[in-house]
Every structure is written in structure tokens, then in C-alpha cells.
Design a protein around this ligand. Structure first.
Ligand code: ATP
Ligand code: ZN
Length: 283
């Protein structure tokens, strides 16, 4: 049995649960409880506040966990990282009041900055040679300048709309974050084996999400050029069509260069291009 800690309710919860389900693990979803057990994998899920997850994993109360890098690094526990998960992307940014003059970080010298991330902020300021007065507050950081509590804030941003609606202007990125899988550093053999199984499944899910299955028809004369455009896992599958001189090609393309490749395929003479999502991808 391996114990996984995830956020009980918040911006990490939904995607954490989705990832577990995509790994083929079923459980009765009850966030009203503190824990639940999977029905088809030796996994127990603990629902916690995100801030408590790194500490619990470090202490072995939970074996593994899913948490934002912002919280993990703030708590100085980045060594627990096993894998980046690619969701809950956000950044820790410095912001000043909309009307305030701002040239560069040195503008903040001697100013007071409100944040829930004093360690990350301190490290950033030190790296820039700036000394400022850090006020640690646990929530509603964005209202600090308007109530006269601080000159600037250092807070989590994703779209930036919260800052704008509070009359603030984002001026520096302090830290970029995404969700990561973390693990206790002295897992026993059984738990290590279960972690490896979970990692194997997560990688298959992530690879599949980054890839598309492409099917197309092409005249045989265009096959050499199209083959070069479609690397596939090994190489594309080529199947002759009933129509003389034509073939169907099947392959896998990476989402990042997807549109680029489709354009080139059309130019090379491909027709009837089908793009199909992939559920899992192994090897
Ligand atoms: P908890 O009650 O568990 O302590 P919280 O209020 O501290 O929750 P959330 O706001 O749910 O935390 O955010 C959890 C994590 O989600 C953040 O630490 C961050 O890594 C990530 N995140 C992603 N997008 C955003 C965003 N737009 N605003 C805040 N956090 C975000
Ligand atoms: Zn929290």
C-alpha cells in the first residue's frame, strides 16, 4: 500500500484527481472525508491543505504527494521532487500600485512588500542585491497596498486579472511554478515498486496527451517525402489503398509541431488527413 497526499479543495484538486483516474485507478470520490482507498490499486489517498503536503511527505506520514513548486520550494523541500506534472501552472510575481513609478527591482529597495512566500521573495531580492522589508501575511495579499500595509506585493498570478482588479501592476516574475509529484526519500521496497508503477502510468498518460495519431492518404509517389515528415514511434505504417497507386499512412506526431507538420503534409500531396487523440502511449 502506498499513501498519496493531494489537496483537499483548491486549484490543484481537480487535476490531481484526474491524473489518478487517467492512470486507471478507481476510487470512491469523497472529498468530505480525510482519506479514501483505491479499489483496483494498493493506493490510499489523503486529502490535505496544500501547505501541509510537503511536510507530511518529508516526515513519511504520506509516501508521495502532489503539490505546487511554489509551496514546495518555499518550504525548502524541493529535493523531494520526482516528476513535473505540467498542470496548475502559475508564477509568483512582484506587483506595485498601478500609478506607482517602477524602473527595475532596485525601485523596491527599502520598500515594504507583502507576501505569503517570504523565502522565495528573499532569495530573489538577494540575487538582485536588493534589500526590502518583507511582511509575511497568509492571505489576501493583493489588498495590502490599498490598505496601506505595504508598498508592493509578491503573489501568485496566473492570468493577472486579480492583480488588475485590485489596481496593481505586475512588474517582475520571481518564480515559475507547476504541480509536481513528490516522494519521501526513504520508501521501502514495496512502496518504491508501487511508485515506479505509478510513474510508468503517468508517463504513458503524459506522452499520449502530447501526441496525436495521424492517418492520411497519399499517392505512392509522395510517400518518400511524407515519410520524412512523419517519424512515428519507429516509422510510419504504410497500407496500400484499393485504388491503384495510392496508400494510407499512419503515424504519431508531437503536439508541439503538429500544425507545422500538417501544413507540410498537405503541400507534399497528402489528402483526407485524420487526426485522432491517443489515450495511452507506452514505449
Ligand atoms: P489550501 O486551502 O489547500 O491551503 P490554497 O488557498 O493555499 O489552498 P489554492 O489557491 O487552491 O491554494 O492554490 C493551490 C496551488 O495551485 C497554488 O499553490 C499554486 O501552486 C497553484 N495555482 C495555480 N493557478 C493558480 C492561481 N491562479 N492562483 C493561485 N494558485 C494557483
Ligand atoms: Zn495553501
Amino acid at each position: 500500500m502506498i499513501r498519496l497526499a493531494i489537496q483537499k479543495s483548491g486549484r490543484l484538486s481537480e487535476d490531481s484527481l484526474k491524473l489518478i483516474r487517467e492512470c486507471g485507478i478507481s476510487f470512491i470520490s469523497t472529498t468530505s472525508k480525510l482519506k479514501t482507498e483505491a479499489t483496483n490499486f494498493p493506493l490510499e489517498i489523503l486529502f490535505l491543505r496544500d501547505d501541509d503536503i510537503p511536510g507530511y511527505v518529508a516526515d513519511g506520514v504520506a509516501d508521495i504527494g502532489i503539490v505546487g513548486q511554489n509551496v514546495l520550494v518555499e518550504e525548502g523541500l524541493q529535493d523531494l521532487t520526482v516528476k513535473n506534472l505540467g498542470f496548475s501552472k502559475c508564477r509568483l510575481s512582484l506587483a506595485v500600485s498601478k500609478g506607482d513609478e517602477y524602473k527595475d527591482v532596485t525601485t523596491l529597495s527599502g520598500k515594504s512588500i507583502a507576501t505569503s512566500y517570504p523565502n522565495l521573495l528573499q532569495e530573489f531580492l538577494t540575487s538582485k542585491g536588493v534589500e526590502a522589508d518583507i511582511h509575511t501575511i497568509s492571505g489576501s495579499v493583493e489588498i495590502a497596498p490599498s490598505i496601506g500595509l505595504a508598498d508592493a506585493v509578491c503573489d501568485i498570478v496566473s492570468s493577472g486579472s486579480t492583480l488588475i482588479s485590485n489596481g496593481l501592476r505586475e512588474v517582475e516574475t520571481v518564480f515559475k511554478s507547476e504541480a509536481v509529484l513528490i516522494a519521501n526519500q526513504s520508501l521501502n521496497q514495496e512502496k518504491s515498486r508501487l511508485l515506479q508503477q505509478l510513474l510508468f502510468r503517468m508517463e504513458a498518460v503524459q506522452k499520449a496527451q502530447k501526441s496525436k495519431y495521424v492517418v492520411l492518404n497519399a499517392p505512392n509517389s509522395a510517400i518518400p517525402e511524407i515519410k520524412n515528415l512523419l517519424p512515428g514511434i519507429k516509422s510510419p505504417t504504410i497500407i496500400p489503398l484499393a485504388e491503384e497507386g495510392w496508400s494510407s499512412l499512419h503515424s504519431v506526431v508531437n503536439e508541439d509541431d503538429f500544425w507545422d507538420i500538417i501544413q507540410k503534409l498537405k503541400e507534399a500531396g497528402a489528402e483526407g488527413i485524420l487526426v485522432v487523440p491517443i489515450e495511452k502511449m507506452i514505449g
